[in-house]
Design a binder for this molecule. Structure first.
Ligand SMILES: Nc1nc2c(c(=O)[nH]1)N[C@H]1C(S)=C(S)[C@@H](COP(=O)(O)OP(=O)(O)OC[C@H]3O[C@@H](n4cnc5c(=O)[nH]c(N)nc54)[C@H](O)[C@@H]3O)O[C@H]1N2
Ligand SMILES: Nc1nc2c(c(=O)[nH]1)N[C@H]1C(S)=C(S)[C@@H](COP(=O)(O)OP(=O)(O)OC[C@H]3O[C@@H](n4cnc5c(=O)[nH]c(N)nc54)[C@H](O)[C@@H]3O)O[C@H]1N2
Ligand code: SF4
Ligand SMILES: [Mo]
Length: 743
């Protein structure tokens, strides 16, 4: 008789990264219960309905349980199971063949969202990317937070120095284009948003939500301002304008290391509350009042998420959010926007870095410049379709479903079918991976340990957490780490062990900088010889800001310490980190950096255009039981009414002769979909809202529940692959023009 027991690990589904308690029978390989871990000092027992997806993914009969290779194409395609070693050889041979004939750049790669929650991907992503020998990288980031990465790179010297709201200590929370009540917080890892927002209001604080939809977060706010999509940069400029006009600018100690405040004042001059009122839909007196309230608040956060990033002026919006914080002294101070100090040391003061630069290489089809090492994900299809010898001929996807998550999905769907070779590392045969020649599934999260490498960089409180493996690895499957190392080894003509050693030595070299008494060899020896990502984590922990170092007597964090803790180790509230965090001696914050100011003419043109009569525009929407495209295959999340509905304001419904529950055809420059209409006054007139991640057409996929229960329409069949926040290459998924008609 096997005894069920409780295990603890982090939920890998969203950025809240709740600590879960999982009651499981190891021998029967069965999960009996999943609960929030009340003992965890960071997540304090929180969980949401998606947590059970850990069990459902594990049990899903549709999930792939070994490598499969496609034979034939199109309607004749069939899949055959193959052995791992044969699969690795096949992947490497095909990639090498394409690169030998057409050069290394003939290969491209796309990295999807779940890889951020997989410790093996975090630790070995670098060696895998290097082994691909190309610079043609794409990721979901250019449909996500890329403007923030670019802004941080420009202002603070590094893309991962990201301002995070100190939500638990602020008393004024200005939330633009985010719906944390549903998303559970993004670039704000903070489980239990409902509780935290309630606490904010209970201590007398104010929550103001700025969104074209009266969202679930707006419902629990003190004030909701409807804003026209894409107009946040204009509105934020008006707030900044008021600060200067009314003498409310008080940057405090930031004056000592910030340049360009006068230029910002000059730039803001033309964007008065009156000048932007028509374009934003927000009355000038409201704008003035919010500016005064925000600056007068003792502790205030201005926070922006998806609706401020995947928009026409994403970079300027992200920049102005930081500008507002800096100018009002609500930055890098308790209760304002702050900077986490993660235990692996990813965000430590560094030696001088290279200056901000874009365009070290360019896309072939349209000449999109590389930014922060990436090309826009909207350009994948055109890179494949491009004529000439420089086109992309082979492609790797890692935990991504770009056919449903990136612009002009149907075009990408067609383009992928014309590749010479495609490899997908993924759990499912879905809309994207159906085009692969080879799919390599990995172990599920229940079969590997968790370490919150990414979310500790975006957390509202510093922490370190190691989670247990619930089940032993399923025979026939390998971990993400093993898979990427084996492929990389073949591509580099070496062994997986040698690559692991390479990563260990690299990290050890970094780790001993803080511990000059230790040699690199000693550091490597200290973490034992069990293969896998955790000994690298151990090295980084020991050498990190809270680390115990490498001497026998050291005190502080290491892996054993976290194992013993059995839940998160609370590393305290966020603390001020500037100016130390600025990279390099004497570096200052270039608040009016030419790359930022260079985008002002585009904003001016946008202001002129947006003051004209309205055109119907589309925005996205997240829902509690979805996670992008990949949680639709479980009855527990898929049941219920159709969720892929188009929200339409009653006035628009009347004008367009749409009725609640009827079908509407939505057309954009690139495509057309049909969706059920939901008439509601929660959406601003002139705006319609459709969630993304749907469009499970079933053709050649193996996600039976998704296809039958929540197929939906692919919102990214509408998203335009030529509409960008130009300076960051981020796609405009919110606020692009559509036509809607009754079917
Ligand atoms: N219109 C519109 N489009 C959007 C957005 C929007 O707001 N509007 N949001 C964008 C954002 S923010 C994001 S992050 C992207 C997401 O874009 P993607 O990351 O491309 O899409 P996901 O739907 O998250 O796809 C996840 C894939 O990973 C696989 N997977 C899940 N778990 C694992 C695992 O443990 N290992 C492996 N190997 N594979 C796994 C799933 O099977 C699935 O194929 O979508 C973007 N697209
Ligand atoms: N349940 C669930 N949770 C998730 C996800 C999920 O798919 N489902 N996805 C996860 C991922 S990958 C991410 S990146 C995060 C995203 O986290 P959030 O950004 O908090 O989530 P969204 O629901 O996309 O919120 C975007 C909001 O912006 C609004 N908006 C659209 N255009 C504009 C505009 O121009 N201006 C303003 N001010 N608002 C605008 C939309 O109406 C919407 O309410 O959520 C994560 N959490
Ligand atoms: S809020 Fe996010 S991390 Fe927490 S249980 Fe739900 S999906 Fe998992
Ligand atoms: Mo995302």
């Amino acid at each position: 008789m096997s005894e069920p027991r409780w295990f603890q690990r982090s939920c890998p589904i969203c950025e809240a990264s709740c600590s879960l308690k999982i009651l499981a029978d190891r021998e029967q390989r069965e999960v009996l219960r999943i609960e929030g871990n009340a003992d965890d000092p960071i997540s304090r027992g929180h969980l949401c309905p998606k947590a059970y997806a850990l069990k459902w993914v594990y049990e899903d009969p549709d999930r792939l349980r070994g490598p499969i290779r496609r034979v034939g194409r199109g309607a004749d395609a069939r899949w055959e199971a193959i052995e791992w070693s044969e699969a690795f050889d096949y992947a490497a041979e095909r990639i090498q063949a394409v690169q030998a004939e057409h050069g290394p750049q003939a290969l491209g790669a796309y990295i999807g969202n779940p890889s951020g929650f997989e410790v093996g991907a975090s630790v070995f992503g670098g060696v895998f990317s290097a082994a691909l020998k190309t610079t043609r990288f794409f990721s979901a980031a250019t449909m996500d937070h890329f403007p923030k990465l670019v802004t941080s790179r420009i202002l603070y010297g590094r893309a991962n120095i990201l301002p995070i709201p100190d939500i638990d200590r602020c008393d004024y929370f200005l939330c633009l284009g985010g719906n944390p009540m549903v998303s559970q917080g993004s670039l704000m890892s903070a489980p239990d948003m409902r509780g935290r927002l309630r606490a904010l209001r209970e201590r007398g604080g104010k929550l103001v939500v700025v969104d074209p939809r009266r969202t679930e977060t707006a419902d629990v706010s003190d004030e909701h301002l409807f804003i026209k999509p894409g107009a946040d940069a204009l509105w934020l400029f008006a707030l900044v304008h008021v600060l200067f006009a009314e003498g409310l600018v008080a940057p405090g100690r930031f004056l000592d290391f910030t340049d360009g405040i006068d230029e910002v004042a000059q730039a803001a001059e033309e964007f008065s509350p009156e000048a932007v009122a028509a374009a934003t839909g927000i009355a000038p007196d409201v704008t003035r009042r919010i500016a005064r309230e925000f600056s007068a608040a003792e502790r205030a956060c201005c926070y922006g998420r998806i609706g401020t990033c995947t928009v026409e002026f994403g970079m300027l919006t992200s920049w102005l959010i930081d500008v507002l914080g800096i100018l009002t002294g609500h930055f890098d101070t308790p209760g304002g926007m702050m900077f986490p100090r993660p235990p692996l040391g990813q965000v430590e003061p560094g030696a001088g870095g290279r200056p901000f630069q874009v365009g070290r290489w360019k896309s072939v089809a349209k000449g999109h410049p590389e930014i922060n090492g990436q090309l826009p994900c909207a350009a994948i299809a055109e890179e494949i379709d491009a004529g000439g010898d420089e086109r992309m001929r082979a492609f790797v996807t890692i935990a991504g479903n770009p056919v449903l998550s990136t612009p002009n999905g149907p075009r990408l769907d067609r383009a992928l079918a014309s590749l010479d070779f495609m490899l997908s590392i993924d759990l499912y045969l879905n809309e994207t991976t159906r085009h692969a020649d080879l799919i390599l599934p990995t172990l599920t999260q229940l079969e590997v340990e968790s370490f919150d490498a990414l979310t500790s960089t975006t957390s509202v409180r510093n922490f370190a957490r190691l989670g247990e493996r619930v089940f032993d690895p399923e025979p026939g499957l390998l971990s993400h780490a093993q898979v990427v190392l084996e492929i990389a080894a073949r591509l580099q003509g070496t062994t997986a062990e040698a690559l692991e050693q390479q990563v260990l030595y690299q990290e050890a070299t970094r780790a001993v900088k803080r511990h000059p008494e230790t040699s690199t060899e000693q550091a490597v020896a200290s973490v034992g010889d069990e293969p896998g990502p955790l000994r690298v984590v151990d090295l980084m922990l020991r050498g990190g800001p809270y680390g115990r170092g490498f001497a026998d007597t050291g005190e502080g964090l290491d892996l054993a310490h976290l194992q013993e803790a059995g839940c998160a180790v609370d590393l305290g509230p966020l603390e001020p980190r500037f100016p130390e965090l600025l990279r390099g001696e004497g570096q200052r914050i270039p608040l009016a950096h030419p790359y930022l100011m260079g985008d002002l003419p585009r904003l001016r043109a946008g202001l002129a255009q947006r003051s004209e009569p309205d055109q119907l525009v589309l925005v996205g929407r997240r829902q509690a039981r979805n996670m992008n495209s990949w949680l639709h295959n479980f009855e527990g999340l898929a049941r219920g009414r159709n969720r892929c509905t188009l929200l339409v304001h009653p006035d628009d419904a009347t004008r367009l002769e749409l009725r609640d529950g009827g079908q509407a055809r939505i057309t954009s420059r690139v495509g057309e979909v049909v969706a059920e209409v939901e008439v509601t006054d929660t959406i601003l007139s002139g705006v319609v809202s459709l969630p993304h991640g749907f469009g499970h057409d079933g053709a050649g996929t193996k996600t039976g529940v998704a296809t039958t229960r929540q197929p939906g329409a692919n919102a990214n069949a509408l998203t335009d692959d030529e509409l960008f926040d130009t300076p960051t290459g981020t796609s405009v998924a919110n606020g692009f023009p559509v036509q809607v008609s009754a079917v």
